[in-house]
Design a protein around this ligand. Structure first.
Ligand code: XIL
Length: 366
């Protein structure tokens, strides 16, 4: 602020400039950052990103202000880290880790093992070769970041019943070579390499009450029990929570599922939260209001369960939502740009942001 020299009153130009600065100030104090609202109840709030947070200063500022946990969107997926058999490309993961450190954020890796989207160079390899590549990948990647990770999604999306495999497992190189045992093998191996990270089994669809969601929930609990019974170091369950209001939804069924996980002593991460607005009216204001309403409807009862420890949005601004990526948008029924996140294209807060902050405040302390 301009301080006039003693004895000389401010001139008219200075007064006007001062008034201008005043009117540009927000009428109310800035709301608590989402991470702080969450932390007041012992919850962690974080968000994912790829290169966008490194390249877009406005997005960087938004993450730095609102989040305390950086999650890799693409950087640590097998096909990104391993464009060719003999290449490990850590550039993006390293940049995101540096960003997290610079801004006092914890760092979460997604995902070591996933049967989805294997790189073409894996095709045609023998089971023995696949096992060797699997072990080498875990040693190299978990080893490189050991000590730096808050958590790892060790295995992502174990189930996809429509593949028809016994047990409803998702097929892909790891399952096809090792069967269900790939899951235990991954957890056991990572537990010996990284002794500080929380080791997470992450799954999608569980909040849906359609055929897929019901089947996956029913498969998850016995899998968790088998791993725990066998003494595997499974530290937490990640539930993606890509909400799809167009699909059947039954909050009580999901809450019972959370209770079952909590009864096994496992913390829960809502690991990829966003709200698909595809089934909502086109007008942005209406869509934003409905997205917020769904956020409140979901988070209120879900955060009442003290086993839920972290909530992570899949990106933070609509500008970078995966639902707008050409290959994802192409499969959508509607031609409008998705608005599934708490901040809009210009990094401004949307009604979902207030709904989230309110749900955090209303949650019981952990
Ligand atoms: C998405 C990425 O955000 C996209 O960039 C990519 O095109 C497809 O995958 N469940 C997951 C995430 O576990 O890895 C997915 O991320 C979203 C669904």
């Amino acid at each position: 602020m301009h301080v006039p020299r003693k004895g000389s009153g401010p001139d008219r130009r200075q007064v006007l400039a001062g008034l201008g600065a005043l009117s540009a100030m927000p009428a109310r104090a800035q709301p608590l950052p989402l991470w702080a609202a969450a932390a007041s109840r012992g919850l962690v709030f974080g968000a994912s990103s790829s290169w966008e947070v490194i390249r877009d200063p406005d997005y960087a500022a938004l993450h730095a202000r609102e989040s305390r946990l950086m999650v890799t969107d693409k950087a640590m997926k097998f096909d990104f880290l391993r464009p060719r058999a003999d290449v490990y490309d850590f550039a993006e993961a390293d940049a995101l880790l540096a960003f997290a450190r610079e801004h006092g954020m914890a760092f979460r890796g997604h995902t070591l093992i996933w049967n989805y989207a294997p790189p073409p160079w894996l095709a045609g390899k023998s089971s023995a070769e696949i096992e060797r590549i699997f072990d080498d990948h875990l040693e190299t990647v978990a080893g490189r970041y050991a000590g730096a990770m808050e958590s790892w999604d060790v295995v992502n999306e174990p189930f996809w019943p429509d593949h028809g495999a016994p047990g409803g497992f998702r097929r892909g190189p790891w399952f096809d070579a090792m069967g269900e045992g790939y899951i235990e093998r991954a957890f056991r191996r990572v537990a010996t390499i990284d002794r500080s990270a929380t080791l997470v089994l992450n799954e999608a669809f569980c909040e849906q009450n359609d055929r897929l969601g019901i089947a996956v929930r029913a498969r998850m609990l016995p899998l968790i029990d088998r791993l725990l019974d066998r003494g595997v170091k499974l530290d937490a369950i990640g539930l993606q929570a890509h909400l799809k209001p167009g699909l059947p939804f039954e909050i009580d069924a999901f809450l019972r599922f959370l209770d079952e996980i909590a009864a096994r002593g496992l913390p829960i991460y809502l690991s990829e939260f966003d709200i698909d607005d595809e089934s909502f009216p086109r007008e942005s204001a209406k869509r934003d209001a409905l997205v917020a309403e769904w956020g409140a409807r979901f988070l209120g009862p879900v955060l009442a369960n003290r086993a839920v420890r972290a909530i992570i949005t899949w990106h933070l601004s609509d500008k970078y939502t995966w639902y707008r990526e050409p290959q994802v948008a192409r499969r959508r029924q509607r031609d409008f740009a998705a608005r599934p996140l708490p901040f809009d294209d210009r990094m401004a807060a949307k009604p979902l942001r207030s709904a989230m902050a309110e749900a955090f405040r209303a949650a019981p302390a952990r």
